[in-house]
Design a protein around this ligand. Structure first.
Ligand SMILES: Nc1ncnc2c1ncn2[C@@H]1O[C@H](COP(=O)(O)OP(=O)(O)OP(=O)(O)O)[C@@H](O)[C@H]1O
Ligand SMILES: N[C@@H](CCO)C(=O)O
Length: 293
């Protein structure tokens, strides 16, 4: 796709990472989207934010979407004289639904569309930039590629395998955020060989369960590497996961939490007071460039 001169729109999905045992590797693109409208101008930077984050995120060049666009411009050695950016956000911040990944990927895809086109900045290069900005690949991969993704880093090189996946999802979003930074700080430096082996097996089973054998989801979503350690920061989320799992519902902490995700529908009665429920499908597309509406 060649560069777009007029205003353009980028739609980028929420994502749920880890999915239980697949810590820092598995991720799922979800049908809840942020939308960016971006236009090259003759001068300056204008940022407008609507929806999630409005009144909270900065409106200058420290804005995460702007920082991400700048990273792409720097790599390309080319940038517009000015940018007008409007963010219409539906992905809640600090909830484990990949809001930071959506901002990063949205900014990179928008910058590519504005000045380069895909022939000069392909998806693998965007995945690398996004992983460098986010710090781990498991949210930015599904945000970029859609579907179910298995992401990894070889040395410093990020990579991902996308898989088709069509599984119904319900997410329960609590009113208060927990930052990924805080959640990552609760993890131990080492785990037992038994726990590592357990998670490796269940993560492998989870890929099979999500693509071919959904009856395995309750076993496939067990985890020993992160959820219990993080329960200190999100006790209500952890209790909700346990309540659903004892009823046979494959429930997990979404990403670094505190959102709870279940691979099921018709379970809204589990929703605690003051939380928000979304019934979501998997987004197969990832970030897409659309004509400005
Ligand atoms: N659309 C956005 N625009 C600007 N800044 C954003 C946007 N989305 C996220 N951020 C920044 O990222 C922070 C949230 O990142 P954090 O990683 O803690 O949560 P998350 O990405 O929503 O959850 P997770 O990474 O666990 O899925 C916000 O507090 C804000 O500073
Ligand atoms: N794998 C990351 C996902 C963050 O969304 C973590 O759990 O910290």
């Amino acid at each position: 796709m060649s560069p777009v001169s007029g205003p353009l729109r980028v739609r980028v999905p929420a994502s749920s990472a880890n999915l239980g045992p697949g810590f820092d590797a598995l991720g799922l693109a979800l049908g809840l989207h942020d939308e960016l409208t971006v236009e090259a101008t003759d001068d300056g930077l204008v940022v407008e934010v609507r929806g999630e984050g409005a009144g909270e995120v900065p409106l200058d060049d420290t804005h995460l979407v702007v920082r991400s666009m700048e990273a792409a411009f720097s790599l390309l050695g080319e940038r517009p004289a000015g940018v007008r950016l409007t963010c219409t956000n539906a992905v809640p911040h600090g909830r484990g639904l990949g809001s930071s990944a959506a901002a990063i990927v949205g900014g990179l895809v928008a910058a590519r569309a504005l000045v380069a086109g895909e022939d000069r900045l392909d998806d693998l290069m965007l995945l690398q930039l996004a992983t460098d900005l986010e710090g781990h690949p498991d949210n930015v991969a599904p945000a970029l590629l859609g579907g179910l993704t298995i992401a990894w880093v070889d040395g410093a090189a990020a990579a991902a395998q996308r898989l088709d996946c069509d599984v119904p999802v319900t997410v329960f979003v609590p009113p208060e955020p927990v930052s990924t930074e805080r959640a990552r700080g609760l993890l131990p430096d080492t785990v037992t060989h038994a726990d590592a082996s357990f998670n490796a097996g269940r993560a492998a089973l989870l890929v099979a369960a999500l693509t071919a054998a959904p009856d395995r989801l309750i076993s496939a979503t067990e985890d020993r590497l992160h959820q219990t350690y993080r329960s200190l920061a999100m006790p209500d989320s952890y209790a909700l996961v346990r309540r659903m799992r004892v009823e046979g519902v494959p429930a997990i902490i979404s990403g670094a939490g505190p959102t709870v995700l279940a691979f099921a529908r018709g379970i809204d009665d589990f929703c605690p007071p003051g939380w928000v429920v979304h019934h979501l499908d998997v987004d197969p597309h990832g970030a897409v460039v659309l004509p400005a509406s």
